[in-house]
Design a protein around this ligand. Sequence first.
Ligand code: PEP
Length: 250
Amino acid sequence: MRKKLVAGNWKMNMNVDESRMLAEDILKKLGDFNEADVVLCPPFTSIETVHKIVEDSIIEVGAQNLYYEKSGAFTGEISADMLVSAGCKYVILGHSERREYFNETDKIINKKIKTALESELIPVLCIGEKLKQREQGITDKVIRNQFDGCLNGIFLEKPDDLIIAYEPVWAIGTGKNATPEQAEEVHILIRGLVSKKYTTEIAENLRILYGGSVKPENARSLFSMNDIDGGLIGGASLKADSFVSIIKSI
Ligand code: PEP
């Protein structure tokens, strides 16, 4: 039985004080709920603060990116070791906004996943098609290519070492979510790819999240699908009420 996981991607929002207040509010509203794993991914500047607030709770902290080199003259970048030392357990990699605005390719994402795994950070690998690609009927091909490219040469010791998030680009921040059936179809495809590349045991236990305009109103129907193991939440993770309501809809 896969335990559901809900992760909040705060993107470039929340200064340190705002992050502290949001994390405290989420913690308070979550109460003793423990039926899902919960991850908060604040901006780099708030990671340590948020970690200190949640460290004795079920909430874990993740980063939104890392650089694949270990250290050195890479002005403005952040290493896996720095994230671990600030309290991160997870790192979002391959988000469509990184692909779109910062030219990240599957090859770069692949190097980042390798670095994350070497540092015992759990990558939350985002893959998903654009609207045009869905309309052209090439969603499967896009997903296969991203999966193969990002995970090229990557060995998984156990299913918990990686999380995949299916995020149709046309549903991110647009208010248009995939229907539970549309999402489930792609989740089944991804689980099949995991099974073929790794083992059926890894495929049965690896968590595949859905991301794209998840809100309290649609979370329950999405999360009730067999192969949807939780969500990666953007906009709705910036308010404690909506984020906790999504978590509790598990
Ligand atoms: C995201 O950025 O990963 C995301 C799913 O955003 P939103 O929930 O705002 O669509």
